[in-house]
Design a protein around this ligand. Structure first.
Ligand code: GLC
Ligand code: GLC
Length: 607
């Protein structure tokens, strides 16, 4: 039987790693039995998909993937609503949707759904588990992939394990980090940085009415799970497989660098984390080989890349291109592409089988994780520069038209992050407010230029729902008791269907962005030169505001030129041959190309 074959392929390594971490043969045997049960329970259609994908392991590496992340309630009310809206998503060229967290999570203590109280129950307002499975089937009929989060670092304090632990049940206390002696939490705090220094300071929470402190790296109601306990690992793997079996194509492993803790360390990216992710990858390949793992590692490149594992021992199938995202916005503010060029060179130098998920915005804040070593050589100091970026994007610097808010403004480290939608950051919000048509055109141009740049990169582009129509910041979270302390809700507003209708009204900002994006997506999808295996280089065009990218395969040479300045500039270059402007269809020569402010060129020629 196929399960036995798949198990056999990985058994020795899986057992080795498991024993190294847990040294518990009985628990390993139990894990294997459960893997078998989940494998045979898998729906026949999913089993077919598994086989198909096993035979074509590069199925997700083409140039035809386009993702969108969305909140079920904001976008369509509930799961059924999302199913009804699949035609809209297809009209956006989207063939992969990431449903933001939707499992049961206590109201007001949910961290946007990232505090899960029951891994096997959908939040009742959003629907039922059967509806999730039905949505997955409907997606598969439309050739759409479905992605969900697996929040494995912590559970909600309302999870049944947490409730039992709070009641003093030792078995369950051992699934978390409980300390009666306050000196241990204090010792951890000496080396562990804080994720939410303002909204949820510290890494521990004193449990009222008890003598205990429990580890809470994120919010106080998110209790960190203790993966030293094999019961935690096994049970969480069963939850993972249960969710995979609802028909998921991609599972995003949330906050993965944090899952192993060790006193005296930063409790991030410890070697055991990689052991666990490697085991998850094997478990996937044994039970549900059609499922991909997307790791959420919001860190500098040296920390991110190890999560791909090695060729023989792969870990995640894909990871977020987070530094490129943050550096893109840095380039917007400074109008200086040198760091972005450097960052692109780093990414382009990585093995082609490392697949990145590219994005401009997501549901989280933008942390200014830049290469400050390099910036300092150019006279930009970390603290000052972060302050400048935040001033710029809140519209308080020079002629900046950007709008948005700070996030976790830490008075000690001065390390505020930033929240806002792409369109508001590009100036669409202020232009519409001022009813200034010229400013609006500039803002729309910048928005499209940034998307064009994002779509030029290798990997999977992931749009943030609303960005396809230039949705603006939503300030209504300030009136909601449960949300007002967390400014990430500024870019988590309800999808504005009444504005989405404008996408068909010529001349509206919605139409310009929507049709501009569609054009780019169609070009990307129809040309092999956008595949991840194409060669990609940056090109020095002697202007620090203009980034030039070359993509090349055997048939075609593609050139993308992006002007990050608001003024026209010249890309000093001399490319032999006649190119075609892919947007207008016209022929052009790439000799000292003049690019208007915040505009771009997509050109190509057959070889
Ligand atoms: C991830 C999510 C973020 C959440 C955190 C804690 O980083 O993206 O929204 O706050 O995990 O689960
Ligand atoms: C930090 C964490 C990341 C999380 C984010 C939430 O960046 O590293 O995991 O998504 O905070 O704001």
């Amino acid at each position: 039987m196929i399960f036995e074959e798949r198990l056999k392929r990985h058994h020795d390594e899986l057992r080795w790693l498991y024993m190294e971490l847990y040294n518990n043969g009985d628990m390993f045997a139990e894990l294997c039995e459960n893997l078998h049960d989940f494998a045979v329970k898998r729906d026949t259609e999913l089993m077919h998909l598994d086989l198909e994908r096993e035979q074509n392991p590069d199925w997700f590496r083409g140039n035809d993937m386009l993702g969108m992340m969305l909140y079920i309630d904001n976008f369509a009310g509930n799961l059924k609503g999302v199913q009804d809206k699949l035609p809209y998503l297809s009209s956006c060229n989207v063939n992969c949707i990431h449903l933001m967290p939707f499992l049961e999570s206590p109201k007001g203590r949910s961290d946007g759904g990232y505090a899960v109280a029951d891994f096997r129950r959908v939040q009742p307002e959003l629907g039922k588990m059967e509806e999730l499975a039905a949505l997955a089937k409907a997606c598969h009929r439309e050739k759409i992939n479905l992605c969900m989060d697996f929040v494995m670092n912590h559970t909600s304090e309302d999870h049944e394990w947490a409730k039992k632990a709070r009641e003093g049940d030792g078995e369950y206390m051992s699934r978390y980090f409980f300390f009666a002696d306050p000196s241990i939490p204090q010792a951890y705090d000496r080396t562990v940085p804080q994720v939410f220094p303002t909204t949820a300071p510290g890494n521990f929470t004193r449990l009222e009415g008890t003598e205990y402190h429990v580890m809470t790296t994120f919010y106080p109601y998110q209790w960190d799970l203790n993966y030293r306990n094999p019961r935690v690992f096994n049970e969480m793997m069963y939850n993972f497989l249960y969710l995979a079996n609802q028909g998921m194509d991609i599972i995003r492993i949330d906050a993965v660098p944090y899952i192993w803790k060790e006193l005296g360390t930063k409790c991030r990216n410890l070697p055991q984390v990689h052991t666990i992710v490697r085991m998850m990858r094997m478990i996937c390949e044994i039970v549900c080989p059609g499922v991909l793992l997307l790791g959420e590692v919001v860190m500098e490149p040296e920390k991110v890349v190890p999560y791909f594992g090695t060729v023989e021992k792969p870990e995640c199938h894909m990871l977020y291109n987070v530094t490129t995202m943050a550096t893109t916005w840095h380039s917007v503010a400074t109008k200086d592409i040198r760091l972005l060029k450097k960052q692109m060179d780093i990414v382009n130098g990585l093995p082609k089988d490392y697949l990145f998920l590219n994005y401009l915005r997501c549901h989280d804040d933008i942390g200014w994780g830049l290469d400050y070593g390099t910036l300092e050589n150019w006279g930009m100091k970390e603290v000052d520069h972060k302050r400048f970026l935040n001033q710029y994007f809140t519209g308080r610097y020079g002629s900046s038209e950007s709008r948005g808010e700070l996030y976790n403004d830490d008075p000690v480290t001065q390390d505020a992050r930033f929240c806002g939608t792409t369109a508001s950051m590009c100036g669409v919000e202020s232009a519409l407010y001022e009813k200034d048509e010229e400013k609006l055109q500039k803002a729309v141009r910048m928005d499209l230029m940034l998307h064009a740049y994002m779509l030029t990169q290798s990997g999977i582009p992931m749009l943030y729902s609303g960005d396809e129509i230039g949705q603006l910041n939503d300030y209504s979270y300030k009136e909601d008791e449960d949300k007002k302390a967390d400014s990430r809700y500024i870019h988590r507003g309800k999808f504005q269907w009444y504005l989405a209708r404008n996408r068909k009204e010529k001349g509206t900002s919605q139409e310009q962005i929507f049709s501009g994006l569609s054009k780019l997506e169609e070009i990307r999808r129809s040309r092999d030169v956008f595949r991840s295996d194409a060669a990609v280089y940056t090109y020095d065009v002697k202007d620090d505001s203009i980034l030039c990218i070359l993509r090349e395969n055997e048939e075609e040479r593609f050139i993308g030129i992006f002007n990050f300045s608001d003024e026209a500039g010249t890309a000093w270059m001399e490319e032999p041959g006649v190119f075609q402007n892919l947007i207008t269809g016209e022929e052009l020569e790439l000799v000292n190309v003049i690019v208007p402010g915040h505009d771009f060129v997509w050109a190509s020629r057959k070889k």
